[in-house]
Design a protein around this ligand. Structure first.
Ligand SMILES: [Zn+2]
Ligand SMILES: [Zn+2]
Length: 276
């Protein structure tokens, strides 16, 4: 299968050399490995866009594409940390890069890193609606191919099992509707299976709802560049070699059960469906 969310050592929070990531992907039998290194739009972040050396990343990708030709397809993606108000700067970056795809993720809420923000909200007895409002802004921005880890705030909760997703049903519905309308692909982020929450981001309920809204493309294969056909993709959010392709088998089962027949991949922003 595929893994479109791998962080190599080009991400400040990963020490995984890109070549090692490819070796792990090939060893796990993946057909496609997508690098999605961090690009952030707040100057204080270590992955701030002006600090990114894209030439180095590209040179390494080209080298690895040669090395793995016929064995593993390597895609050049990026995980963009969305900041409301920075849309034009994000667009300039995306336009400047020969990217295959961009994942839009929320890593900051009101300028605070999500890990800290979630704790602060929890301690103050406040809800997480502002996070989902920001995710909705990602979906509506029209900047990205993939919506990253929709409800991963669960990762940072003291008591993840007590999280009441139903409290956010309405705003999540708006996010899914927006994605379904624009053809934005939802990421099944398998990292949740290795976190205390023990459920991917998003979980089965949201995936099923997305399928009901028209995210289901069962039986459709080889569709390329079809706007408005809704779909999902799979990413491990690997920062270590043993996390590459993590939960791929379980992801396939979950997606089939939710009503999906394929996963989506992107080459130079053109979309293709691979049967599950
Ligand atoms: Zn992320
Ligand atoms: Zn990530």
């Amino acid at each position: 299968m595929v893994d479109l969310h791998i962080h190599t050592s080009f991400s400040p929070d990963s020490h995984l050399p890109a070549e090692r990531a490819c070796r792990a992907a090939a060893a796990r039998g993946l057909k496609i490995a997508g690098f999605a290194d961090h690009v952030e739009f707040l100057p204080a972040d270590e992955a701030y866009v002006d600090l990114i050396d894209s030439t180095k990343i590209l040179t390494e990708i080209e080298r690895l594409r040669d090395l793995y030709r016929g064995k593993l397809e390597i895609l050049y993606g990026a995980e963009i940390g969305f900041i409301p108000g920075k849309e034009s700067q994000i667009k300039d970056f995306l336009d400047s890069q020969p990217l295959d795809y961009a994942i839009g993720s929320v890593h900051y809420v009101d300028g605070i890193l999500v890990s800290r923000w979630v704790r602060e909200q929890e301690l103050a007895g406040k809800d997480f609606a502002p996070y989902f409002e920001t995710v909705l802004a990602v979906a509506e921005s029209g900047l990205f191919e993939v919506l990253g880890h929709l409800d991963y705030i669960r990762k940072y909760l003291f008591a993840p099992q007590a999280y009441r997703g139903d409290d956010y049903e309405e705003i999540v519905e708006r996010i899914l509707e927006s994605a379904a309308r624009s053809g934005l692909v939802l990421e099944l982020n398998t990292a949740g299976w290795r976190h205390a929450t023990e459920e991917p981001y998003p979980g089965e309920k949201i995936l099923k709802r997305f399928a009901e809204l028209g995210g289901c493309v069962t039986g459709t294969t080889g569709v390329t560049g079809v706007a408005g056909v809704k779909g999902v993709t799979v990413g491990s959010d690997a920062h270590k070699d043993y996390e590459v392709g993590y939960g791929n088998g379980k992801a396939r089962e979950l997606l089939r059960g939710a009503g999906f027949g394929s996963v989506e991949v992107f080459r130079q922003h053109k979309r293709s469906s691979l049967p599950l």
